[in-house]
Design a protein around this ligand. Structure first.
Ligand code: FAD
Ligand code: DLZ
Ligand code: SF4
Length: 506
């Protein structure tokens, strides 16, 4: 029997479950570049180029390994522009007995695939995506019967279950968490490693030319493209990170700096998310550096927690709670996304920097996403759907399963505290403490109200005032509400007025 194994653009792993049992004499791999996937949100140009180039390189590797690959290019004349349309054409061409696919990572595509057996009148074999530490079923079992789903509890169980960074029954270094050590501001004297870039080859350059024309009106620059597009290049990026950046990762995990868009971050998320690297090999590489004495525990634990903890946890939440998850809006936020998220035109230096970095690199590190663009949207009450669309479009690593819980739950508290125990709201003082943004800003974090006041200052308090009835019962919000209640009446009035004028001006 002849089988079509359909491999999607984020399934570029040689051991992907859809290829198990593949018979090279009969079966065919199908890969399709389709316009719908580039435009369901208007992705950053680098993100489109990255995925298409990685797809073409992966198809070439499969052919070298003796697979027959049927590959549809975006500019092929008969291209219908959708997964379903291309599958229908391929079935007519190849006359298979069945289709095999690894479960898609996004709800949107999963629904599409679930409709195929009836639509195509063909057997569709959907296999589990086993490229995660924790399966969807295992996460559901963990969540079953719990009232809250705290990442920290999940993470400890994952450490134990997988024996990662463990000395027998105990966590390496004697603690599960070293976050208290991981909040240093970047000192002027410390040299940050240059980004380890991968030079675009002929295949990538051809795609870049096509993207520049076809998606000219999408957000983002193409010029600085330096993403790895093969497993080999991704492995070289991992090696570089482990030796050059990991030792400092922990200390400066939460730092931000105007001229350092990457700091000591790994830049590995795009490769993990499309399958060029596996989360296990990345965690093992970090653990091995610790065992060799080449990186301290606060760095290695902090890094592993992001992957073994956060990344697995948000995926679990996504499949546990979708599709209703995306519809919640606990704080009733309805404001449109300010235009400057696309244009970068704002005199708030922290936001202008994070957005300029995003435009140039299709990347911003976690604290920029959470505490700058995220925090601002939380404070002014941007509608969850609008902010989610932005995050899904602008980052090379963005896929719904990981972007949605981070934006909806972590940043906007729209799930009412399922993920975070309190909103990550912060004023200018936090940003000033963790960055060098404020020194060259039109505003001052020291000024609380009136001309020159950092907008984060009055927006922080007006956010608390506006959401009082919802947030006040939260035990972790007791302190700020007590501070608010001790404020003189005219200060509260000034806050409300400043916030009103500012938001009206957006
Ligand atoms: P590092 O700092 O080097 O971290 C190592 C790895 O840990 C990352 O590569 C990533 O795989 C994982 N990781 C770290 N934090 C998280 C997290 N909160 N959730 C899941 N995985 C994490 N990450 C995505 O991969 N795709 C997204 O679409 C995405 N959207 C986000 C949206 C918002 C609003 C926020 C606050 C965070 C989002 N993140 C997303 C998480 C995180 O910001 C990125 O994974 C990280 O910045 C990627 O850069 P890096 O590889 O240099 O990360
Ligand atoms: C993001 C993306 C883009 C831009 N283009 C394609 C494509 O042409 N073909 C493809 O198979 N996948 C693409 N992707 C990734 C898909 O959106 C991703 O595989 C699904 O969203 C996963 O559910
Ligand atoms: Fe951002 Fe306020 Fe600092 Fe300006 S002063 S960079 S707006 S935190």
């Amino acid at each position: 029997a002849r089988t079509i194994a359909l491999i999607l653009g984020d399934q570029l792993s040689h051991d992907i479950s859809s290829l198990q049992g593949f018979d090279p004499r009969e079966d065919v791999v199908l890969m399709v570049e389709v316009a719908d996937e580039a435009t369901y949100v208007r992705h950053h140009k680098q993100k489109i180029a990255f995925i298409l180039s990685a797809m073409r390189h992966f198809a070439d590797e499969l052919r070298e390994h003796g697979f027959r690959v049927d590959y549809v290019r975006l500019d092929d004349e008969a291209n219908t522009g959708s997964f379903t349309g291309e599958l229908i054409r391929a079935i007519a061409r190849l006359k298979p007995d069945c289709v095999v696919i690894t479960e898609p990572g996004e709800w949107r595509v999963r629904k599409m695939v679930d409709g195929w057996p009836e639509q195509l009148r063909l057997h569709v074999n959907v296999r589990e995506d086993d490229r995660f530490f924790c399966s969807v079923g295992q996460f559901q079992a963990w969540a079953d019967g719990r009232k809250t789903y705290r990442m920290e509890h999940f993470y400890r169980e994952m450490r134990r279950r997988n024996g990662i960074l463990m000395d027998g029954e105990s966590p390496c270094g004697g603690h599960w968490n070293f976050d208290a050590d991981n909040r240093k501001k970047l000192p002027h004297t410390l040299k940050v490693p240059e980004r380890f870039g991968s030079e675009p080859d002929a295949i990538t350059r051809e795609i870049m030319s096509m993207v520049a024309v076809r998606f000219a009106d999408h957000f983002g620059d193409l010029e600085g493209f330096a993403w790895a597009v093969t497993r080999k290049q991704a492995l070289a990026t991992l090696d570089f990170f482990i030796s050059e950046a990991l030792p400092f990762f922990g200390d400066y995990q939460d730092a931000m700096a105007v001229h350092e868009p990457f700091l000591f971050h790994s830049l590995l998320s795009p490769y993990l998310n499309i399958g060029l690297l596996s989360p296990r090999e990345v965690c093992e590489a970090a653990e091995n550096a610790f065992r060799r004495g080449e990186a301290p525990i606060n760095s290695v634990e902090g890094f592993i927690r992001q992957i073994l903890g956060w990344r697995e946890y948000v995926r679990g939440i996504y499949w546990l709670k979708m599709p209703h998850y995306a519809e919640t809006n606990a704080l009733g936020a309805v404001r449109s996304l300010p235009w400057f998220y696309w244009s970068g035109e704002t005199d708030m230096n922290c936001l202008a920097t994070a957005i300029a970095d995003t435009r140039r690199n299709a990347y911003a590190h976690h604290i920029q996403r959470l505490m700058i663009t995220g925090n601002f949207a939380l404070l002014v009450g941007v509608s969850p759907a609008e902010l989610e669309e932005w995050y899904l479009a602008v980052y090379a690593d963005a896929f719904d399963w990981v972007e949605l819980p981070n934006t909806h739950g972590m940043v906007l508290f729209a799930d009412g505290g399922l993920m975070a125990s309190k909103p990550y709201a912060a004023s200018g003082a936090y940003i000033d403490r963790m960055s060098d943004y404020c020194g060259t800003c039109a505003y001052s974090p020291k000024i609380k109200n009136g001309p020159g006041a950092c907008p984060f200052n009055f927006l922080y308090w007006s956010f608390l005032i506006e959401n009082r009835s919802y947030l006040e019962q939260n035990p972790r919000m007791g302190m700020p509400y007590r501070t608010l209640d001790r404020m003189p009446k005219d200060r509260v009035k000034a806050i409300t007025q400043d916030a009103h004028t500012f938001i009206e001006g957006l």
